[in-house]
Structure formats: C-alpha cells, structure tokens
Write a protein that binds this ligand. Structure first.
Ligand SMILES: Cc1cc2nc3c(=O)[nH]c(=O)nc-3n(C[C@H](O)[C@H](O)[C@H](O)COP(=O)(O)O)c2cc1C
Length: 198
C-alpha cells in the first residue's frame, strides 16, 4: 500500500491512553500521514492517565508532527468524513463502548462516528480497540454487528507468552498488532514464531 495514503486515527474516552500515544509516536516514525481526531472524553483520559493536557503536550510526547493533521471531533464536514477522500483506513484506539455502539448503529453524531461509517461503506480497514471488562450482551452484540460489517475488533488484550518485562512491552504488543493490520511497517511487538499462540 502507498506510504502517502493517510490513516485516520481516533482516540476516544476508554482507558488506554498509553496505547494511543505510543501508536501515534510509531505512526509518526513510519512517515505515514495521520488524520487525528480526539473526542472530548479522549482528551480527558489523556490527561487523567498520562498528564497530557491538550494538543501542545500531545505533540511534545509523540515525535514529528509534520504529517499529522488534527481535526475537531465536532467538525462533521472535515476530510475524514468524505468517502471520496483517499485513506488506508481508520483505527480507534482506545475505543469506548459508547463510540463502538454508535458506529454499530450508524448514528454519525461526531466526526469520529461519521469517519468510521464512511470507512465501512467504502469497504476500507476499520480497527476498533475496545477496553472494557466484563462485556455485556449489548457490547458483544455490537461487536458482532461491526465484525459482520467488516470491522476488526482488536481488544486491548496483550499476551504474556513473549515474557514482557515492562508495561512498555505490553503496550508495544497491542501497537504492533494494530500497525500490522493497517499494513504499516514497524519493528515493534513480539515476532510470531511457529508454535506460539496469536
Ligand atoms: C475516567 C474514565 C474512564 C473511562 N473508561 C472507560 C473504559 O475503559 N471503557 C469504556 O468503554 N468507557 C469508559 N469510560 C466511559 C466513556 O468515556 C463514556 O462512555 C464517554 O461518553 C465516551 O465518549 P467518547 O466515545 O465520545 O469518547 C470512561 C470514562 C471516564 C471518565
């Protein structure tokens, strides 16, 4: 896939801001353009979990922003809302169960929800990284509905078979899996070897 195709990356208000920050850092290192959208509660979680208060502090923690465009979640007319704008797909990390439910129902009440709706209708890659436990029947039904519509549900559930030595290793496990599904080359996460679980 062409390196110039942008990834739409949304951060929403589920626990897991460290995954999101690392993923943005790795995308910036890879040189892939990023169309970034952060929900209101996403900003709150960035501050609560990492002390990142606002755009400037997010920039300071995630490397080179020369290929990042930040859009307001209330701007439902921004570029990621259009099916004719080229993109390699979208990842929502972390993805709240609220946003997941809205996408499952096609309500498109924010730029994040509209962009995900567009990715599904254009049959592009949509990766949702929920963080909730346990799941209710409603969560499971919404995830089933989205899977049937073509989305990839990639829960923030790192494995331990590679014997992680730090939380950074656990974060890289998930970031690596996301990047692999986006087709972005990055040397992070455990390398799969024959006989190991997935
Ligand atoms: C501190 C905090 C932690 C939260 N953690 C989660 C979570 O882990 N998973 C989840 O699905 N929702 C979580 N929520 C609830 C969502 O933030 C809430 O449903 C919100 O409306 C989601 O909005 P958004 O998807 O537009 O960001 C959390 C809320 C707060 C304030």
């Amino acid at each position: 896939m062409s390196k110039s195709l942008p990834v739409t990356f949304a951060m929403t208000g589920a626990s897991g801001a460290p995954y999101a920050v690392r993923l943005l850092e790795l995308l910036n290192q890879s040189g892939v353009p990023v169309q970034l959208v952060v929900s209101e509660t996403g900003w709150r979680l960035l501050e609560e979990e990492l002390g990142i208060a606002g755009e400037e502090q997010l920039r300071a923690r995630t490397g080179d922003w020369s290929k990042v465009t930040l859009y307001a979640d209330r701007d439902r007319g921004a570029t990621p809302a259009s099916g004719s704008a080229p993109s390699r797909g979208m990842v929502i990390c972390p993805c709240s169960m609220g946003t997941l439910a809205s996408i499952a129902q096609g309500t498109t009440r924010s730029l994040i929800e509209r962009a995900a709706d567009v990715v599904l209708k254009e049959r592009r890659t949509l990766i949702l990284v929920p963080r909730e436990t346990p799941y209710s029947l409603i969560h499971l039904q919404n995830m089933t509905r989205l899977t049937k519509a073509g989305a990839i549900i990639l829960p923030a559930s790192p494995g331990f078979y590679h014997r992680p030595k730090s939380t950074d290793d656990l974060i890289d496990f998930i970031a690596g899996r996301i990047l692999a599904h986006l087709g972005v080359d990055a040397s992070v996460g455990p390398r799969w070897q024959s006989g190991e679980p997935d």
